[in-house]
Design a protein around this ligand. Structure first.
Ligand code: C5P
Length: 303
């Protein structure tokens, strides 16, 4: 099945709990871009074949860990063979490893003679990482709090084109959170009162945009600070008539970092996200085009 990537349309860090983990408030959005994930259970032993990108040791791969966690919880299956074809850029804040893990959980439960069910899957997902509960679900969009375990599914908005901007260097998630803590000290904020009705159109989403990890990452990673600096130019360029009158005010673009970076995205509800992207390649970035998803692909049996 296709394991679709995610964006964080906004991401606030509310504070750090005693374990050192950070509590989040974020709006997740699935993309049409995804990896291909297949699982077979009529096998002896446990294997993972991950093609198309270097994702490190098998036992640390989230897809493998998801299957092992499922097997422990369900007592089924003894063996599994996972195949992943990577298309989602690795280590960029797009949730690629987590999407693979979420798909493995869904596929195993779909194939299981006695399925664990969505609530139990979500518990397993929480133990695998903050992005996995959303990416193990079937919602195209959701608000999430805490470590991603509290989710409010939202209906999809009309698909919008997205240009992903991938700097030449990645950022480790742990580093991004550590840098934020170093900059903020002992910081604590309340979750916002979010007007759900405002999230029913792109303009309302754009108005809430912002990622608390952008500034600490940009302060340490020059390639990301170049992308941060581009914001003003991109947004001023779009709003000031570069696109003529074709951009009504309610379709302003959203330009931000996703997750802990280093990927940035330009989401253009009104149309073409390629305008004013000329500075990106000069800043050392690669551009990948995709779109927000209106649906999440369901598991299916291979023939
Ligand atoms: O979720 P993931 O396993 O990718 O996180 C990697 C690291 O990033 C964690 O071990 C932790 O140090 C940091 N992190 C955090 N708060 C979060 C998510 C990640 O502090 N909500």
């Amino acid at each position: 099945m296709v394991a679709q990537a995610k964006l964080n349309l906004f991401l606030r860090v509310l504070g750090r709990d005693q374990s050192g983990y950070h509590s989040l408030e974020t709006l997740f959005q699935r993309l049409t871009l995804g990896d291909d994930v297949a699982v077979r259970v009529d096998v002896v032993g446990r294997t993972l074949d991950c093609r198309g990108a270097d994702t490190g040791p098998v036992e640390r791969n989230l897809a493998w860990r998801a299957a092992a966690a499922y097997a422990d919880a369900a007592g089924w299956p003894a063996g599994f063979a996972i195949e992943v074809d990577k298309r989602i850029p690795v280590g960029g804040g797009l949730g690629g490893g987590s999407a693979d893990a979420g798909s493995v959980l869904r596929l195993l439960d779909f194939l299981a003679p006695a399925p664990l069910g969505d609530a139990r899957l979500r518990q397993l997902a929480v133990g695998l990482g903050a992005d996995v509960p959303f990416l193990a679900g079937s919602a195209p969009r959701a608000l999430a709090w805490g470590r991603g375990e509290r989710l409010l599914a939202l209906p999809a908005l009309p698909s919008a084109p997205v240009a992903l901007i991938l700097p030449s260097v990645g950022v480790a998630t742990a580093d991004a959170f550590r840098w934020l803590s170093a900059d903020r000290g002992d910081y604590r904020a309340e979750a916002r009162q979010i007007d759900i009705a405002a999230l029913a159109h792109w303009a309302g989403v754009v108005a809430l945009a912002g990622n608390d990890l952008e500034a600490p990452v940009a302060a340490r990673v020059p390639a990301v600070s170049d992308l941060l600096a581009l914001r003003l130019r991109l947004l001023v360029g779009q709003g000031s008539g570069d696109r003529g009158d074709a951009t009504p005010p309610d379709t302003a673009p959203l330009y931000a970092m996703t997750g802990s970076g280093s990927t940035w995205f330009l989401l253009a509800p009104g149309g073409d996200p390629t305008v004013a992207l000329d500075g990106i390649e000069a800043a050392g970035g690669r551009v990948v085009r995709t779109a927000t998803a209106e649906n999440v692909v369901a598991p299916e049996r291979m023939v």
